[in-house]
Design a protein. Structure first.
Length: 253
């Protein structure tokens, strides 16, 4: 079984893992191209959102989704590190340069790209559905679309060893070798954020822009804690089902 990389916790707070940059440049230069594409798409989406919603709202979406998903990933990785019986996953030090603790910054940016793209697609499709009902429909389907994207991305990136799962066979209910709790977790995470962002931005009319921004991050942290407990609870429920330990695959993938 693959284990956590050496000196995991010693490198945890380093924004750059300096011991691996040269190796990455020499062995995997294509990573730089993928990173540049991700950052470029993110800049275009921020520009789009600034025109449609206002720049400050768009920056809340970007920073909020970055921190929200980044902290979630860090929690899952660190929890697995300190609880050996619950090993989760690990990103490859050789594949990335800039880091948000145990998570590559480009991965957090990629989650912004996925979340915002999914949100805008659902907003376009259901633009005639108003009120809280419309928001719930858009948010749930936004999370579902993001989950489907992750279902395509995760097995591919795992095969390329850009990150790897540490679960041994039989330790989880898996799809294509990846715990199903990962996909359910991202569905819940993105759905909650898609409902949270417009609701908080809507407070501007009541408390003003300044206090809306001030309130955004503490409330986001509370949402983060709630989703961690929710996903953890669902994982425990799944562990009690007779399907635990199976790996669902398609056509020999």
């Amino acid at each position: 079984m693959t284990s956590y990389q050496p000196f995991f916790f010693e490198f945890f707070f380093l924004p750059i893992k300096p011991f691996y940059i040269v190796t990455m440049l020499l062995t995997n230069p294509g990573v730089w191209i993928m990173d540049a594409m991700t950052y470029g798409i993110a800049i275009m989406l921020i520009y789009h959102g600034s025109k449609k919603y206002d720049l400050w709202k768009m920056l809340l979406f970007f920073s909020g989704s970055f921190v929200y998903t980044g902290l979630e990933e860090n929690f899952m990785i660190v929890a697995g590190y300190f609880i050996p019986t619950q090993n989760t996953y690990q990103f490859n030090y050789h594949a990335y340069t800039l880091w948000f603790m145990a998570v590559p910054i480009v991965v957090c940016v990629a989650w912004f790209v996925i979340a915002y793209s999914s949100y805008e697609i659902m907003d376009y499709i259901f633009n005639n559905v108003e009120g809280n009902k419309g928001l719930v429909i858009k948010s749930v389907l936004c999370g579902l679309l993001a989950m489907v994207m992750d279902l395509m991305i995760d097995p591919f990136q795992t095969r390329l060893r850009n990150w790897y799962w540490l679960n041994t066979p039989g330790e989880a209910l898996c799809i294509l070798g990846i715990p199903i709790s990962n996909f359910i977790g991202w569905w819940i995470l993105i759905s909650c954020f898609a409902m949270f962002w417009p609701k908080i931005c809507g407070l501007e009319e009541k408390i003003g822009k300044k206090w809306t921004i001030v309130a955004f991050y503490p409330l986001l942290l509370m949402l983060e804690i709630g989703t961690i407990f929710l996903v953890g609870g669902l994982t425990i429920v799944l562990a009690l089902t007779p399907f635990w330990g199976y790996n669902i695959t398609f056509g020999g993938i």
